[in-house]
Design a protein around this ligand. Structure first.
Ligand SMILES: [Zn+2]
Length: 190
């Protein structure tokens, strides 16, 4: 998709919501919100975009308002600037700590830039850590390393997994929310 710099999809003074139409070889129109801007993905020749947007305006406004609020909170986040060596030894310290606490060994730890997640743990016991973590506060890094090491014991994200997460981080739901905001902040800074 062509990424245009559209204004936020919120009503202007005359009540209209700004959007961009993208024609595709499809049968039915749909709406897409990208970074708070609205796109009507429509079949070639479609002429009812304005009505279509109007019909779903309440949903568009709700989603856009949420996005803006999240972005606002992300802007308030202070990002750390760590030296690579300091960051990697901090991660290794937490991994070692949790590996012995949880009682499962970790084979290899790899650091690399990832676009869609903070970390991963393979079934063979290798952990990959997103190097963007280095901009997070210590506690957030500790939370993510705990999550990945815990996958050595429990592969899925079912009830038992989060029960054990809660045992270590009672306020983990707040941490997860914070992490989403940090994710936006780091993406904006990159
Ligand atoms: Zn996981």
């Amino acid at each position: 998709m062509v990424q245009l710099n559209l204004p936020f999809a919120l009503p202007t003074d005359n009540g209209d919501i700004c959007y961009e139409v993208v024609f595709r070889k499809i049968r039915h129109p749909r709406l897409e919100l990208k970074s708070g801007s609205l796109f009507v993905i429509a079949p070639f020749g479609y002429k009812k975009s304005a009505e279509f947007v109007k019909k779903y305006s309440a949903w568009v406004i709700k989603k856009t308002t949420e996005f803006r609020a999240r972005e606002e909170r992300a802007r308030g986040k202070e990002l750390k600037l760590r030296k690579r060596g300091d960051f990697e030894s901090l991660v290794m310290k937490f991994i070692g700590m949790y590996s012995s606490q949880i009682g499962f060994p970790v084979n290899r730890v790899t650091f690399r830039k990832m676009k869609s997640r903070w970390g991963s743990c393979s079934s063979t016991g290798n952990i990959t850590i997103n190097s963007r973590l280095s901009m997070l506060p210590d506690d957030m890094i500790r939370y993510i390393t705990h999550h990945e090491v815990l996958h050595r014991k429990i592969r899925n994200h079912k009830k038992e997994f989060y029960k054990q997460v809660r045992a270590e981080f009672p306020d983990y739901k707040i941490i997860e929310k914070e992490l989403n905001e940090y994710w936006l902040a780091i993406r904006a800074a990159a």
